[in-house]
Design a protein around this ligand. Structure first.
Ligand code: HEC
Length: 123
């Protein structure tokens, strides 16, 4: 429930235009960190991980035909700028036991730009 409320607050912030300056072009370059395992392309199939096209707004573990871990399916998360920020910061902390072999992106600015890219290109 807490994550749901946090998600709604984040959506409200983005819709209100109150989010701080984010750079989706820089975010596209940062996506190279993820591209080894994730496609940003609508048409592309799942690779090592699920396609991230349209990830903002979808429920964790349900977006694609990917064989998600039970931990991801049970997480009850809806991906918003807020939940993505906390997941990318420390994937195992937000979803303990998930199977994404990635330790996290430590810089807040990097995460904000990456999420701006995910939002801008994947609707
Ligand atoms: C080494 C491979 C790898 C890298 C690098 C990686 N991921 Fe993942 N990712 C995965 C796998 C595998 C899963 C599925 C995890 C599960 O089911 O537990 C996943 C799941 C996810 C999900 C949940 C998707 C959904 O449909 O619920 C998101 C969001 C995500 N990754 C974002 C990212 C972002 C953003 C980056 C770059 C900062 C990244 N990942 C880097 C392998 C990777």
């Amino acid at each position: 429930m807490k994550t749901l409320i946090q998600g709604l607050v984040a959506v409200a912030l983005v819709n209100g235009g109150a989010a701080f300056a984010q750079d989706a072009t820089r975010g596209e370059k940062l996506f190279n960190e993820c591209a080894a395992c994730h496609s940003p392309d609508r048409a592309a199939k799942d690779t090592v991980g699920p396609s991230l096209h349209g990830v903002v707004g979808r429920k964790a573990g349900e977006g694609t035909e990917f064989r998600y871990s039970p931990a991801m399916k049970r997480s009850g998360i809806t991906w918003s700028s807020d939940t993505l920020n906390s997941f990318i910061s420390d994937p195992q902390k937000l979803v303990p036991g998930n199977r994404m072999p990635y330790s996290g992106l430590p810089e807040a600015k990097d995460r904000a730009d990456l999420i701006a890219y995910l939002q801008a290109t994947m609707k």
